[in-house]
Design a protein around this ligand. Structure first.
Ligand code: GTB
Length: 216
């Protein structure tokens, strides 16, 4: 069975490829695995049928006939374990690549999301002007640490891996903020990821969904 991934019928990111189906699509493209998508409205995400697959009423989910999964990190890891090219073959290298998936989602992403949420929802509050510099500083701390580790390397640990795929997906959420520009090696790292043919295919596929919804 071709895997089925749930995605937004109309993504709030307006086709910028920032929703979390994007790393799943990208991993499937890197793996050369064709897949289908099931488009979900916000209302459909909260219905029992979807909640059986995703208890929090979110996208993405993934079904391949063998396993039904939620959580983009778990899905990317599952794809990486089933197909060549996204995880090193040696056990230590594999473990380090998995660590980078966790680092992306649990160490680098939280301050990025917190900052994005504040700038979306707290702009009109009395504390916004005082809070934003603190949130910016937390993002900068993580980016500086990541930039120090990456240095002049092409990828985080040897060959491109699912860890890079997830880290680049997380860093893309800073697009338009002007923040990543302070770290030239991270900017180049994101650009290297985005220039991969598999990324381009995944990006075009999610954009096509958004364009079709906008046209119809
Ligand atoms: N931890 C889960 C995972 O990694 O799979 C989080 C999944 C998640 O956050 N899903 C979001 C969702 O379904 C979409 S991706 N939200 C609907 C809901 O909760 O009702 C998050 C997202 C949304 C929008 C943008 N954007 O507009 O730029 C970026 C990212």
């Amino acid at each position: 069975m071709r895997p089925i991934v749930t995605v937004f019928a109309t993504s709030p990111d307006r086709g910028r490829g920032l929703a979390r189906d994007m790393p799943v699509r990208w991993a499937l493209e890197e793996a050369g695995q064709p897949y289908d998508v099931r488009l979900c409205s916000f209302e459909a995400l909260k219905q029992p049928e979807h909640l059986r697959l995703q208890p929090f009423g979110q996208i993405p989910t993934y079904e391949d006939g063998e396993v039904a999964l939620f959580e983009s990190g778990a899905i990317v890891l599952h794809i990486a374990e089933r197909h060549a090219g996204l995880l090193p073959r040696d056990v230590p290298g594999r473990a380090r690549a998995v660590a980078w998936i966790f680092a992306a989602l649990s160490t680098v992403e939280p301050p990025i999301v917190e900052r994005a949420m504040a700038s979306l929802t707290e702009r009109d509050t009395s504390w916004y002007a005082a809070r934003m510099p603190l949130l910016d500083a937390r993002v900068h701390t993580r980016l500086q640490q990541l930039a120090n580790r990456l240095g002049d390397a092409e990828w985080l640990d040897g060959a491109f891996s699912a860890g890079d795929l997830m880290m680049i997906s997380v860093l893309r959420r800073l697009g338009g903020s002007g923040i990543i520009e302070a770290y030239p090696n991270l900017g180049l790292y994101v650009a290297r990821g985005e220039s991969r043919p598999a990324f381009a295919r995944a990006f075009e596929a999610q954009l096509a969904v958004f364009r079709a919804a906008s046209a119809g």
